[in-house]
Design a protein around this ligand. Structure first.
Ligand SMILES: [Zn+2]
Length: 239
């Protein structure tokens, strides 16, 4: 279980406040100060909350399905606040960034840095944690199954954030770790494409309207070949 604890420690040096989410920036409901639009925005947020809650199944207590603690950690980095749609979300327990784990269920309590509202996510983990082949970084998912909590759009954003961070970092082994993690995010994004010869991801790769809008507006960002090319420029873990 060492690896489970090492990833959050590294990330704690770089707070989650640095994560830009293009979906947040492009959502006009978050830019308006006018009263009418604020009311609409509030309705949007409530709708957003319901959407997220039903996706998260947190209302009825059914946990989300996660492959690993590493995936849960990235989910919290990539997911906007369920209440206001902004973020970022930060762990309410500084010692357990990936949540409290009881049996195979992890519960993560987060606080939104924008609206200060708390949220809670529950995740069901596989019975056996993924192996850690080289001790270099945590495995996000040892299976070919696409993530059920982070969609293709969010993986591409996470890749971009980690890749930019690695470009700004000169110190090894921090730089290598960020490159490895950026590569992992592309691997996860590519899992959504399946075995067919499609260059663009299927509709099932998108979990909400903001991701589908991003795809509609910038389909070239989602080109499989483009992602493969990016992946080829990044290292793979030893072992
Ligand atoms: Zn919020």
């Amino acid at each position: 279980m060492m690896a489970v604890r090492t990833l959050p420690t590294r990330h704690r040096k770089k707070p989650t406040t640095t994560i830009p989410d293009p979906r947040i920036r492009t959502d006009p409901t978050h830019r308006s100060d006018r009263a009418t639009e604020v009311r609409e925005s509030t309705n949007d947020r409530r709708e957003n909350r319901r959407t997220r809650a039903s996706r998260a199944n947190t209302m009825d207590g059914t946990p989300l399905t996660a492959h690993s603690h590493a995936e849960i950690h990235l989910f919290c980095r990539a997911t906007p606040c369920p209440v206001c749609g902004r973020g970022p979300l930060e762990s309410q327990d500084p010692h357990e960034e990936c949540g409290q784990t009881v049996g195979h269920t992890a519960t993560v309590r987060v606080l939104c840095k924008a609206c200060r509202e708390p949220s809670e996510f529950s995740f069901r983990l596989p019975p056996d944690p993924p192996p850690d082949p080289a001790g270099e970084l945590e495995i996000i998912s040892p299976t070919e199954e696409p993530s059920r909590i982070i969609d293709v759009s969010q993986w591409i954003t996470l890749y971009a954030v980690l890749h930019e961070e690695s470009a700004r970092t000169s110190a090894q082994p921090r730089k290598r770790l960020l490159e490895l993690q950026a590569g992992q995010c592309l691997d996860e994004a590519l899992k959504f494409f399946g075995d067919e010869e499609n260059d663009l991801p299927p509709p099932s790769a998108f979990f909400d309207d903001s991701a589908r809008n991003r795809f509609r507006n910038q389909p070239q960002e989602f080109s499989r070949q483009r992602l493969i090319n990016f992946r080829a420029a990044l290292p793979k873990p030893l072992g």
